[in-house]
Design a binder for this molecule. Structure first.
Ligand code: SF4
Length: 398
């Protein structure tokens, strides 16, 4: 992709990020939901199911975009970040996963693991580019000790004190806890003391235990996933939440998943963003004909935005969506475009054909073309003000 930035004329006008609170004009089938939202009332399970079936997809997008802009105006956030996938060896073998390898037992090639020096090198590359967030996840490694994880955090924190550390999905934290037979709370506390700032949202898949048994047998239960995030929030560790869609799940299961997240957010307020993840059906054993279509993706974004009224952000995750659909998702309720993402491995091993990184200029261009105003954030969604003395001369607004 070219790095030439074309300034869209409407982006200049969008410098004022305030938006009128007037609800949009929509078709008759959407009017009852628009009126409900405008009155500050919540959508129900039945409303969510009905929205998945409305014919007026463009109107649904307008409604979701209005809802997002009521929270954020035209601001669309992004982060200068990088991914560190420290190993893909895993003791589980989730049917939808194309990333994992069984150490010493897998005939497929592509298994790898990083020692701590290699992890620190990767963190250094992110920092040298002016990155402010490291997104660190991996498989459930069969041999790494508890200290591998705490020393990883301590080592990155000591070398790059300003780098935000968003690390370890719920199942990784359960795995790390099991290495020392600690409780989830004790483990999260130890990780926090070592430098952990926040948790990513992975591993939620679908919060329905019967379906989890099919697509990710052996993973934590729905209640355990929710409880881990509840505990993290209580310890002052914010997190994200995801939903994997486009495989065997029903619309009812999607809605119930969203409502469980909404209930937990009511309780703790600790979620920063929700990310719908589309299933990529290549190189794994969970067979479906194809992943979600573009229209299904956009509907998923809009319904999520409207149901998760207490989530600050829905994230347009371009790595999974592709750049074109990621731009469109900004018109269907997304207010964050994730980031520059250096070296993503997990979805590329599942067949994602997107680039493995974007420059800041490219992200600005993609956002401005949609009428959004790009704003760089850190891992906690604080706005970043960069200085003029080079990539490391930056300051974070409190
Ligand atoms: S999804 Fe995670 S836990 Fe499941 S097999 Fe893949 S790496 Fe392992």
């Amino acid at each position: 992709m070219s790095t030439v930035v074309l300034q869209a004329p409407w982006a200049r006008a969008a410098a004022d990020v305030s938006e009128p609170a007037q609800p949009p004009v929509v078709s008759a089938e959407l009017a009852p939901y628009r009126d409900k939202l405008a009155e500050g009332r919540r959508l129900t399970r039945e409303d969510g199911l009905a929205l998945f079936g409305v014919r007026d997809l463009l109107g649904l997008g307008r409604l979701a975009q209005w809802f997002a802009r009521r929270k954020h105006g035209r601001t669309v956030y992004y982060v200068n970040n990088g991914h560190i996938n420290y190993s893909n060896y895993c003791t589980l073998s989730c049917a939808f996963c194309s990333f994992y390898r069984r150490k010493g037992k897998d005939r497929r090639d592509g298994g790898y693991e990083m020692n701590l020096e290699q992890v620190f090198d990767e963190a250094g590359k992110i920092y040298a580019r002016g990155g402010t967030e490291a997104h660190v996840v991996g498989g459930l490694h069969p041999d790494f000790p508890f200290e591998y994880y705490t020393e990883m955090l301590r080592g990155i924190r000591a070398r790059y004190p300003k780098l935000g550390l968003k690390c370890f999905t719920a199942i990784e934290v359960y795995h790390i806890a099991g290495l020392k037979k600690l409780s989830v709370g004790e483990t999260l506390q130890a990780l926090k003391e070592a430098g952990l700032d926040s948790l990513p949202g992975g591993g939620a898949e679908i919060l329905d235990d019967r379906l989890r048994d099919v697509i990710c047998k052996g993973k934590e239960t729905s209640a355990e996933w929710l409880d881990l995030h509840r505990t993290a929030h209580r310890l002052g560790l914010p997190s994200n939440a995801t939903l994997l869609h486009g495989h065997y799940e029903t619309l009812e299961q999607r809605i119930d998943h969203l409502l469980q997240l909404r209930a937990l957010q009511d309780e703790t307020g600790g979620f920063l963003a929700f990310i719908p993840l589309s299933y990529h059906p290549e190189h794994n054993s969970l067979k479906v004909e194809h992943g979600p279509t573009g229209m299904q993706e956009l509907r998923m974004y809009a319904v999520s935005r409207l149901l998760l009224d207490n989530f600050p952000h829905v994230k347009s995750y371009w790595i999974m969506l592709g750049l074109a659909t990621a731009q469109l998702a900004l018109g269907y309720g997304a207010s964050d475009m994730d980031g520059t993402v250096l070296q993503e491995k997990i979805y590329h091993m599942a067949g994602a054909s997107t680039p493995q990184a974007l420059s800041v200029d490219e992200l600005h261009h993609l956002i401005e073309e949609t009428g959004g105003v790009p704003v760089e954030r850190n891992h906690l969604y604080r706005r970043i003000r960069r200085g003029s003395g080079g990539p490391l001369d930056w300051d974070i607004e409190a």
